[in-house]
Ligand binder design. Sequence first.
Ligand code: PMT
Length: 222
Amino acid sequence: FGAQVLRGLKVVVSAGPTYEDIDPVRFIGNRSSGRMGFAVAEAAAQVGAEVTLVAGPVSMATPPGIARRVDVRSAAQMRDAVMAASNGADIYIAAAAVGDYRPAEVAGHKLKKQDGAPLELRLTENPDILATLAAQTVRPFLVGFAAETHDVERYAQDKLKRKGLDMIAANQVGGGLGFEAADNALTLYGPEGAIDLPRASKTELARQLVARVAERYRAVRG
Ligand code: PMT
């Protein structure tokens, strides 16, 4: 690792969760810490890529070598930032855990208790960033992530096809892996079959993932 296999290429990486506001003090979020995506961004920079890191609300320092960091909060803001950064980019690696839904209305004031009555929140589906990019005729090489608690391979293969991706990195969450943890384990799926990257630190896995992405990118895009 370290050969400049992505030299001259523009790579966009998304990381972290998204927060969808309910009112001025509450939101819907998820447990992503940003560690996996930040490690991927650092690994891509180490092999020569010009990296734009689009980060959800995380408390992580920008890794060395990153050309640009764009901080966002909601899925809609992440979509806008990723779409802008992906214009002319060669590779997009989507490690962010994007919220699938947002509140249909954001209250302008702090919601109050309902005297024992249930409070109902209506949710609207968020735009799918990867699928939006995949639908474009000129688009970066697309690498998705899939975090699942069960049936990992089936869901990952389904996302690979349904979202029109070039590769997907699947991780099982729970048992000290996935969200928030220092370690992870990945299985990469693509047209060439499955590649297991066994349990290791996110730093190490990010390097292995970036090496595989570079190989595959060179094979299909030169
Ligand atoms: O941040 P960490 O704490 O280190 O945790 C890392 C991680 C577990 C969050 C990461 O490794 C991971 O798996 N990220 C994807 C999480 C996920 O569940 O994604 P998904 O199955 O909801 O979505 C699949 C893919 O579509 C992802 O690449 C996602 O970025 C993308 N997506 C999802 C929804 C949406 N509206 N737009 C998208 O582009």
